[in-house]
Design a protein around this ligand. Sequence first.
Ligand code: URA
Length: 432
Amino acid sequence: MRLPQETIRTKRDGLPLAPEEIRAFVAGLTDGTVGEGHAAAFAMAVFFRGLALPERVALTRAMAESGRVLTWDLPGPVLDKHSTGGIGDTVSLALAPMVAACGGYVPMISGRGLGHTGGTLDKLGSIPGYDAMPGLDAFRRTVRHVGCAIIGQTAELAPADRRLYAIRDVTGTVESLDLITASILSKKLAAGLDGLVMDVKHGSGAFMATLPEAQALAESIVTVAEGAGLRTAALITDMDAPLASAAGNAVEVAYAIDYLKGVTREPRFHAVTLALGAEMLVAGGLARHAAGAVERLEAVLASGRAAEAFAQMVATLGGPADLLDEPERHLPAAPVRRPVRQTGTVAGIATREIGLAVIELGGGRTRPEDVIDPRVGFTQLAGPGACDGLLGIVHAADEAAADRAEAALRAAYRMGAAPESRAPVLERVGAG
Ligand code: URA
């Protein structure tokens, strides 16, 4: 085996790595023979020198194969959606049961909040009794019987990524396009998917603030996924405003339930959810084209079958059997609710600031070990062009926290002339 330092030197000098050399390095990451210093230097060399497509594919595959790779024997396609993260992005909670109700199987492995963005795993944490770490056997059983299961990352899938990610997190190497691509896709390949749709967010609340950055990440993910044999498309979607009008944890679960029950159907959230769902159904052969897929998705919303799949998933994983009937009885509520009013028209939103305000309220973490408050956040957030005088409702643990959140919300909104409306789905990258 080549010494890890030789692999690092090769990349440091901008030379290509052979697939077997990458595999050996990843094997060392998994069994510990590659040390933390090696991994940090490797990540920094990749950050500066980049990886060519064959190297990216080799790294992705090697990390995917560093632990268990799931195989499924199911009567329908195994599909997933992954988002690069945003504010009010509670699409996963609605979409997984919608696709399940259409005949797909969705083994969704979700993460905690990252930076200013919320995490699906944290949102699920607000459902009493819901076990987001049920072990692989229960996960597989739930996917088989319900059609979808949303859980947290397990140590068994892609352990090399887990180790490298933790080292990247503290060595300034998270923002490498090549490493982000390999990190996301290694976990998806390990989950044994037949098809994937990526939601690459772009705008003031996204990690990819500029369109060229979002396009580069979408292209990278699609080409590497295809190179590793996973059918993938990416949609670049707008994150210049919160996607749902709710941002937080319990408030986003409540929003997703209202959406599935037809109580709420906000056009932007609905458009992005349907567009992502259509990609999944077409990739899995459950619909021939996007228009037919959208019809099927609308039908399972209207019939209540999507809501039923969500209810079954929650109950199977230990949550209340009547969560959908009586969400307010089960979801924790904040003691302080304060409407924030402002006359005028919303001209722009510093969306990232709203995510940071949720963290400040206690709905996210500033240190990995922090325990989050599931009750807090915002509801009825105004969108661009809104002029009804309400910026949003603060949900806070106490009056002092509500004061700070109110100030943050006011600062995040710019009033003035109504902006030009932006399409919720900006671009599509991928074959077909
Ligand atoms: N999400 C991941 O899983 N990995 C990254 O590198 C970035 C976001």
